[in-house]
Design a protein around this ligand. Sequence first.
Ligand code: 1GP
Length: 251
Amino acid sequence: MKQLLYNQLTERKRVGRKSFTVLIDPDKVDANKIDRLVSISMEANVDYLFVGGSLVISNNLDECIKQIKASCNIPVILFPGAPSQVSKYADALLYLSLISGRNPELLIGQHVISAPFVKNSGLEIMPTGYMVIDGGAPTTVSYISNASPIPSDKNEIAMCTAMAGEMLGMKLIYMDSGSGAKRPVPETMIEKVATHIEAPLIVGGGITDPEKAYRNCRAGADIIVVGNAIEKDDSLIKEMSAAIHSVPVIA
Ligand code: 1GP
């Protein structure tokens, strides 16, 4: 299996280089918006683009990714809300198992059904332990997944879940309080998880200001994902990127 991007991520983690990811929801962008987001992202040295959403209602995933790839070389990683959200035009796919929940369909069921299709896509597959953390109010992901999120004050549950996911072979851990969450993942929880796993740690959901992104990185997040706040104000891309990239690397 291809490991190009994953090797890059682990190398970045090894030297303490933090990454900034802009999340693009194909339902919320048109061609002009994609062009704008891509051009600002290139200028701001965004490291990765995630494409996906819990609900992808429109049928323009391929077109959206083709347009992005035509105008930039930032790696595009699929962040699928459903097995149908696979596009061969992306570079890689977060192969998500919802390890914080107890819904067998999202732990393994949908993976079994889509396995041949995913394998034939030729995409780099990144096995990802996906942990939904309570963000203060129901989010699309917490509702759609039909699974309870981890309470935001239960750091030990988050730690044990991430450790179990890593020992089961997951190569990335993603802590997400859901798009537009009122409360992003607390730093104490990020720190607890980060100190007990070796896999690169992705954190997202409800991050609206660069200071919070910076503090998350200092707490141990390796990759910060921002979607909702950027949809509202894309000038944030530059500030977020600068804050995340200002975290000192390991000397
Ligand atoms: C959601 O982690 C992502 O799955 C990003 O969340 O849209 O709130 O930035 P936001």
